[in-house]
Ligand binder design. Sequence first.
Ligand SMILES: [Zn+2]
Length: 111
Amino acid sequence: MPARLIPPELWQGLPFGHPEALLDFLGTHNDWHRALATAFSGVPDRRFDDLVGNLDPHNEHHQVLAKAMSLSAPDDFSRYDLSQRQGWVLFQQIHALEHVRLRQQQIALGG
Ligand SMILES: [Zn+2]
């Protein structure tokens, strides 16, 4: 249940180039995607352990989630270069807000 997971707003402050922070983020982020996929039919359960090197599957998952939750399409999360500080910071800010939007919609839908 997403309400018991770490608030995604916290991802906005994830430091760039910190291996342990990245591993923690990848784990909690996968937990969020799994919880949302489980709650909405037609959404595959995916892991994104290779997120930094391959943003496309994660971007597609956000597109599917938004559609399944009757939301407008999210930002294109595949356009950020997470190996660069600026790309990392922008991605973490915008992506965290998208997860907040998903959490709010899930609550609104009774999830
Ligand atoms: Zn995500």
